[in-house]
Each structure stands twice: as structure tokens, then as C-alpha cells.
Design a protein around this ligand. Structure first.
Ligand code: ADP
Ligand code: ZN
Length: 428
């Protein structure tokens, strides 16, 4: 098993490593990053004030805007000459967030991703088809480097060209598929269209992440492809994919706590919450050289569980990440998470997997949900079905949604992250 020792560190060993690394990292960061030095000085904090792990709450937070304010080369503790690579988020809505890596950072990241594969049950004998996007996005290269570090065979198909994707899967005998869960759902439809029987494929594990997905979607993928569908979490600011992954128990994602110090906070009061309470995840990178982020505010909401997992690992688990605080929609004053809508829709058998949430306003806000009907139920008793969906949504959201049932295959599919929400209120 790759990095067996690191995967099976005990809680005491983890905490000891965390404290030792935190002290060192805070010192380095204070010395080399002007932004942090200024913030520490303003708050009257010195690196030597960090004596216990809980002293971390004295440190200032770091926000995505801090990264944007340091565009293009970002918050850095090393000169540009020492960088080996950059990645960047899409930046379609503003200044892209650029993140940077030294060769040691790339090495650490490769190890973390290889550790994720290993924890999920992938071995050096696997044939890993990587259908994440290669380029500035961290997904493609992150999954790629990890697979190579593991010693497996990588088939770098990248996104798109679904026919070729399927051909490679068949011809090469891929045993592992890596892509977004929404693309996996699309692949299943395409297999049916191409007349390929999933039992003729050699797939056994899927590594799915980069966006929230529901337990129902997992069941759909697992039963359609006859594989184990593993959830993996990451973000470009924290190297990329590889921060946390599910073990074979599929009971939460293990966060690699020897590299990432995790806290959960109340996003409004900024108060640190006890483990087991839902809050915003805040990460401190314990060894990153180029961009040592302290207390980075992810906006991702989750619950952290420090109980030892049945698999024997003590790395804390983040229970499924079901939405970001900034994904939350406020519709007529009611808070709605797209993941709540997904849960309701996926629990109704007659519906397909694709949906879109459209928000409109005249003087009042309207929540419209467009959802595909499954091929077997299309054209049958639609009025009754629409009423059933509206009722189910109302029961969960405490809000009336207008439901429009559409034909299978009509909602646009994506190769990367799905775009589920169209907020027309912002377009006026
Ligand atoms: P971008 O910001 O360009 O979309 P990132 O890949 O850095 O690129 O996006 C990271 C975000 O994706 C996370 O903060 C989280 O909201 C979401 N995400 C990643 N993996 C998962 C996952 N397994 N489950 C839920 N959300 C995820
Ligand atoms: Zn486990």
C-alpha cells in the first residue's frame, strides 16, 4: 500500500507532526511573506506565540480575495525563480486565482494524490483512465502525477470526445476511471447509446470529485457501471485534488491531516466549532513551500469526524461536502442549497439524472426546476408526476418550486463541473 505509514498514523502521531510542522511553517511564513508579516504585526502576534495546536485560533484568516489581490504570482514565500509550475482557476467571473508550486510542492502533491488512489483501493497494477481536464485546471495533472507516482499505467484521455473515451476504455481495458461525477453520469448514457454493455468493460473503481454529488448519484453510477464510486475532494488553493478521499468503507473522506490542519468555523461569527458541528472548513497547509496558506477560508460547509474509521485509519473524515456557503441561494428569503434539490430529485424513480435550477424575479422570486424524466417514464402521466415532484420539493425546501419536466437528453451535458444554477435575477 502506497505510503502505508502515513495513511495509518495514529491520532497522537498526527497531532505531534501537526504541531511540529505548524510551528516551523508559521515561522517561515512570517519571515518570507510580507502579507502575513504585516497581518501578524497588526494583530500583535509573533510566531513564537504558537505553542499548542489550539493557538492557531490566534492567527489571521486568509481569503480567496487575498490571492486575487496578489495576482499574478500570488502569495509567495519563495522568489519566482524557484517556482516550477503554476495552475489557475477558471476565472470566468473575474481575476483568475493563480497558485504556485516549487518542485518539492509538486512532489508532496504527487504523494498525496498517490496516497488517495491507494486509500481508495487503486494499486500499481491498475490502468487509470484520466478524463479530467489537463491545463491550468489542477484536476488533469493532479490525477495524472498521482497515478504515475503510484506506479500505475495512466491513460491521459483528458475531457471530451466521449466516443474516443469509450473506445479507450474498451480497447485498453481501463480498470479505473477518473472524472467529475456529472461526466460519469453522461458516460453511462453514452455507453447505452453506443450499445456498449458495461459488463464488457474492466472498470472496477471510479475516482469522482471536483463538485458536490449525492448518495443517490453514487448508487446510480455504482450499479450502472458495476464499480465502486469513490469521492475525492480538493481545491486549487490546496494543491488541487488530493486533500481528502474515501476509503473502501465510503463513510466520509479522510483528510490527510499530516499535511492539512483542518478547523471548522461558524462562517458568520468566525468562532471555531467543536468537531462534529457543521461549519466552514478552514485549512492550514503544513509543509507547502511556495504558497503557504494559513487558515484558508474554503467556503465549503461540512462536518468533521475525528473518530477512528472502521478501516483503521485515524486521519479525520469530512462527511460528504454538500455545498459551499456561497452556493447557497436565497429565494424569497428562504435559504436553499442546490444539493437539497438534487437529493429530492434523485430520490424520485421516474426522473432522470439531469436538472437545472432557474431563478427569476418579477417583484417576487421564483424558483423553477427543470428536470429530465427517465426514458421509461417520458410521455406517461406527466401532470401527476410534476405534482409529485413539486410536493416533494415543498416538503424539503418549505418553498414552492415550479417544476418543468423535460424530455430525456435535453439538458446540456458538461465534460467538467456541471452548471446547475442559472440565476436570471443577477442578469437584470
Ligand atoms: P474552481 O474554483 O476553478 O472551480 P477548484 O477545483 O479549485 O476550481 O474548485 C474547488 C471546489 O470544488 C471546492 O472548494 C469545492 O467547493 C468543490 N469540490 C471539489 N471536490 C469536491 C467534492 N468531492 N465534493 C464536493 N465539492 C467538491
Ligand atoms: Zn476509512
Amino acid at each position: 500500500m502506497f505510503q502505508e505509514k502515513e495513511q495509518f498514523l495514529t491520532t497522537d502521531e498526527i497531532k505531534e507532526l501537526q504541531l511540529e510542522r505548524l510551528k516551523k511553517q508559521v515561522k517561515r511564513t512570517y519571515k518570507n511573506v510580507p502579507m502575513y508579516r504585516k497581518r501578524f504585526d497588526e494583530a500583535g502576534i509573533k510566531p513564537s506565540d504558537i505553542k499548542e495546536l489550539s493557538d492557531i485560533s490566534k492567527l489571521p484568516f486568509t481569503y480567496k480575495d487575498d490571492l486575487r489581490d496578489h495576482y499574478p504570482y500570488g502569495i509567495r514565500a519563495v522568489p519566482i525563480e524557484r517556482l516550477n509550475r503554476i495552475h489557475a482557476s477558471s476565472g470566468t467571473t473575474g481575476i483568475p486565482t493563480v497558485v504556485s508550486y516549487t518542485s518539492k510542492d509538486l512532489d508532496t502533491w504527487s504523494n498525496l494524490m498517490a496516497r488517495c488512489y491507494s486509500c481508495a483501493g487503486v494499486t500499481e497494477n491498475d490502468l487509470i483512465q484520466n478524463a479530467y481536464g489537463y491545463g491550468l485546471f489542477t484536476g488533469g495533472l493532479g490525477f495524472h502525477m498521482g497515478a504515475e507516482r503510484l506506479g500505475a499505467l495512466v491513460i491521459p484521455t483528458a475531457t471530451g470526445n466521449t466516443k474516443r473515451q469509450i473506445k479507450m476504455m474498451k480497447d485498453m481495458g481501463s480498470t479505473v476511471i477518473c472524472c467529475t461525477p456529472s461526466y460519469a453520469v453522461f458516460l453511462i448514457e453514452s455507453l447505452t447509446e453506443e450499445g456498449v454493455d458495461p459488463s464488457d468493460l474492466k472498470l472496477r473503481i471510479g475516482m469522482f470529485g471536483a463538485e458536490p454529488w449525492s448518495e443517490e448519484t453514487r448508487h446510480h453510477i455504482q450499479s450502472s457501471l458495476n464499480i465502486r464510486a469513490q469521492d475525492l475532494y480538493g481545491m486549487s488553493e490546496l494543491y488541487g485534488p488530493g486533500v481528502a478521499v474515501e476509503c473502501e468503507r465510503q463513510d466520509g473522506l479522510h483528510i490527510w491531516a499530516d499535511e492539512f490542519l483542518i478547523e471548522t468555523i461558524d462562517p458568520d461569527t468566525q468562532e471555531v466549532l467543536p468537531p462534529g458541528t457543521r461549519g466552514e472548513m478552514v485549512f492550514t497547509m503544513l509543509t507547502r513551500e511556495a504558497m503557504p496558506l494559513l487558515r484558508y477560508r474554503t467556503k465549503d460547509l461540512a462536518v468533521i469526524n475525528w473518530e477512528k474509521c472502521a478501516c483503521g485509519r485515524s486521519h479525520p473524515r469530512v462527511m460528504r461536502i454538500r455545498g459551499r456557503s456561497d452556493d447557497m441561494l436565497i429565494v424569497g428569503g428562504v435559504n436553499v442549497f442546490p444539493s437539497q434539490i438534487e437529493d429530492v430529485l434523485m430520490s424520485i424513480d421516474e426522473l432522470g439524472e439531469q436538472f437545472q435550477i432557474i431563478l427569476e424575479t418579477d417583484r417576487l422570486d421564483h424558483l423553477n426546476v427543470q428536470v429530465e424524466v427517465s426514458p421509461a417514464h417520458w410521455g406517461v402521466a406527466e401532470k401527476v408526476l410534476a405534482g409529485k415532484v413539486e410536493e416533494a420539493l415543498q416538503a424539503t425546501l418549505t418553498l414552492r418550486a415550479r417544476v418543468e419536466l423535460v424530455a430525456p437528453g435535453t439538458i446540456p451535458r458538461t465534460e467538467g463541473k456541471a452548471k446547475r444554477v442559472i440565476d436570471k435575477r443577477k442578469m437584470i
